[in-house]
Ligand binder design. Structure first.
Ligand SMILES: *Cc1c(COP(=O)(O)O)cnc(C)c1O
Length: 362
């Protein structure tokens, strides 16, 4: 069975000596490996203000706190995402306000988002779903016009680009997940990429109880309580090794995605998606619309290929009952949306067979 997600773990000959060294080094907590990893990850996303954390969820939580989101506030978001995007909004006490999506991408529709803005809107949460990038030209203009910060959830979109630059330095807050099944994993981990040194310094305190690691423990003075969200040297070591392969691995997702963009064109029952202007997806999953999705998924299964919608639309959870609204464009999109495997593990033969199988119909 060809899986839809699969962690890339480097060869033991490369990974194990580095892991052994750090494990027995006498220093496995947050230390030099973590700071080196932040530096190198920052270089990769072309944003030096990359704060490492122990999950993408922690990054979302801190981003919301830094954006000043709290009880009584509203955050505009999408139902098409993994749950942490929206659970963290509730965690800080705010209301999730759903906006509708673009019919041809499934990503948030700038005009729908604009129509949901109120005096209480404190942030706009943009999810670059499955590696596709939101219409940042339009969203940057809305953010500027209403003076509302954007939080970019880049958990699915490491290596995707906007205006030729890696996603992660456009908005005041961009979050990455380094969880098991993402483009790159540190086993678990996350990055909050920021635009201001002030936010970076505040985030640094929030990730470790409110204590300042740069000041001696006995001279410390906690002013604001923080969390235990930091990354440790062991996860950072995995990350440093992963970064040696990142261009190759992300490159494979992109190459496979571009292959499907061409090879699946014009097949009866398949509707391909568009990509927003000035954006380049990193194809964490290959996403498209198909007629008779249940039949499609079954047919793929019978051919040893996983196909799935993967995520439950988030408005199905009781937690978001107060947010219920009509989302007609999304309803139509979700009915037909399906993901097929697109990652580094696909061979040339695999992807040709996937196309052949789809061409035969279902
Ligand atoms: C994985 C994921 C997260 C959370 O990341 P963790 O590292 O698992 O906490 C957030 N948003 C999206 C869209 C995700 O897929």
């Amino acid at each position: 069975m060809i899986p839809i997600v699969k962690p890339f773990i480097p060869e033991p000959e490369v990974l194990m000596p580095a892991l052994q060294e750090v494990l027995y080094s006498g220093y496995i907590a947050e230390g030099e490996k973590v700071y080196e990893f932040e530096k190198q990850f920052g270089t990769y996303i072309q944003n030096p203000l990359a704060l490492s954390l122990n999950s993408g969820t922690a990054a979302l939580h801190i981003a919301l706190l830094l954006a000043g989101v709290g009880p009584g506030d509203e955050v505009i978001s999408t139902v098409l995402t993994a749950e942490p995007t929206n659970v963290t909004i509730k965690l800080v006490g705010a209301k999730v306000v759903w906006a509708d999506v673009q019919a041809n991408t499934g990503l948030l529709d700038p005009e729908s988002v604009r129509s949901k803005i109120t005096d209480k809107t404190k942030a706009i949460m943009l999810v670059h779903y499955a590696g596709m990038v939101c219409d940042m030209n339009a969203f940057n203009a809305i953010s500027k016009e209403f003076n509302i910060p954007i939080i970019e959830d880049v958990a699915h979109a490491l290596g995707a680009r906007y205006q030729g630059k890696p996603v992660g330095s456009n908005s005041p807050y961009s979050i990455f997940s380094l969880q098991a099944i993402k483009h790159m994993t540190t086993i678990d981990g996350g990055i909050l990429a920021l635009k201001s040194q002030e936010d970076f310094d505040k985030g640094r305190l929030l990730r470790w109880f409110g204590l300042d690691k740069k000041v001696a423990r006995l001279d410390n003075d906690i002013k604001t309580p923080g969390y235990k969200y930091h990354m440790n040297n062991v996860n950072a070591t995995v990350g440093l090794i992963q970064l040696q392969y990142i261009n190759e691995i992300v490159g494979k997702y992109i190459e496979n995605g571009k292959y499907f963009d061409q090879a699946l064109k014009g097949i009866s029952g398949v509707e391909l998606l568009d990509y927003n202007p000035d954006t380049e997806p990193s194809y964490w999953l290959y996403t498209m619309k198909v007629d008779n999705r249940a039949g499609f998924v079954k047919m793929m299964q019978e051919n040893g290929i996983t196909a799935s919608e993967l995520h439950l639309r988030n408005d199905r959870h009781s937690l978001f009952a107060e947010s219920k609204v009509e989302l007609p464009v999304f309803d139509a999109f979700y009915e037909k949306m399906v993901h097929i495997p697109c990652g580094w593990w696909l061979t040339q033969e695999d992807r040709e067979r996937i196309v052949d199988v789809i061409k035969k119909g279902w």
